[in-house]
Design a protein around this ligand. Structure first.
Ligand SMILES: [Fe+2]
Length: 342
């Protein structure tokens, strides 16, 4: 009787597998991703060329993807969830939407700092949230720390995108962790008081606004500067050439970084393919593409920084845990709201 039941189970699970393979034995991996970069599509193609596994991609922001995973439940076709912020992956994990995976390759390629201890998610790249300022209008060395941005002497000078964006929420959470809630709240107020304009646009728009003379100082993710310097759009290129990069807090805790990370979903119908996909993303080729064409820092320490990142120099990174930053997200959002950061 017991034997019969297990045969029936095996039968059913192979039916499920077939159903998820699109009714044929075609191999697939279904990816829900918040990443929005051209380089990724090239990588997916390369993965298919190497393994014969088709990559199906659904693009949306992390909150939407998490909601979708929740409502799809056990019927979800998703195998992989990728976000551009570690905190979001933690949230997905807390909701039981991810499963731990064990892989020697992943353990070898991704340092502990960048992965969830039991394997629920793995950081593939990291990015620095840096300060940039006009080369012409501001001499180097005036701004060293994030904290400096609250100094009233920068009144009317600072450009930054909305507080609704997770990049700013994580930065603020890192200040809560470093300086405490009270000081972080005062910092946010001081920062808002120095705004050159009401927050609008994305990170690139802040750099363009420096070029247009709307303000002198901006907060942006490092890879956007790389993308702008290599842009076919002359205006973007010129804007990026006109700024000085500051990796803040080098004399103390280090520059705030965040990761772009990926995990295998709880009900992944193609788990083996999903693990292979993660291993591929952590390997030399994908890591070189992330660093060489999207100007993110490779999470895999065996990969040397390409030219541009090397020219920016090595820098001290804030070692605050990415998951702890995620756990302070709500506090950060409230604090930014209270400061009037739109
Ligand atoms: Fe981005």
């Amino acid at each position: 009787m017991l034997k019969l039941r297990s045969i029936v189970l095996v039968f059913f699970s192979s039916v499920v597998l077939f159903a998820c393979g699109g009714g044929s034995d075609e191999q697939v991996v279904n990816v829900y991703t918040h990443r929005h970069y051209e380089a990724d599509n090239e990588l997916y193609k390369k993965f298919t060329d190497e393994t014969g596994i088709e990559v199906n991609v659904i693009n949306a922001n992390a909150d939407e993807l998490i909601q979708r995973l929740e409502s799809e439940g056990a019927n979800s076709p998703a195998d992989i969830l990728i976000t551009v912020d570690g905190g979001r992956l933690n949230r997905a994990m807390d909701k039981g939407l991810l499963q731990p995976v064990q892989s020697e390759t992943l353990d070898q390629n991704i340092p502990e700092q960048f992965r969830e201890p039991s394997g629920h998610w793995y950081g593939m790249t990291y990015r620095a949230r840096i300060i940039v300022h006009s080369k012409d209008r501001l001499p180097a060395g005036q701004i060293l720390n994030y904290e400096d941005l609250a100094d009233p002497k920068w009144k009317g000078k600072i450009l930054v995108r909305s507080s609704e964006h997770v990049y700013n929420q994580s930065l603020t959470a890192s200040l809560i962790l470093a300086d405490g809630e009270e000081k972080a709240a005062a910092w946010a107020k001081g920062l808002v008081a120095n705004f050159a304009r009401s927050p609008k646009g994305n990170d690139r728009d802040q750099v363009k606004a420096i070029a247009a003379g709307e303000g002198d100082i901006a907060i942006v993710n490092s890879y956007y500067i790389g993308l702008m310097l290599h842009s076919e759009n002359e205006e973007e290129k010129k804007a990026a050439e006109g700024i000085t990069l500051v990796f803040p807090n080098q004399e103390n805790r280090g520059t705030h970084i965040n990761i772009s990370a990926a995990g295998v979903t709880r009900h992944a119908p193609n788990k083996e393919n999903a693990v292979r996909f993660l291993e591929f993303l952590s390997g030399a080729h994908a890591q070189e593409v992330f660093a060489g064409t999207n100007y993110e820092y490779p999470a895999n320490p065996a990969i040397p920084f390409p030219g541009l990142l090397q020219s920016w120099g090595d820098f001290k990174k804030d070692t605050a845990s990415i998951s702890l930053i995620g756990r302070n997200n709500e506090k950060a959002v409230l604090l930014m709201e209270a400061a009037g950061w739109k």
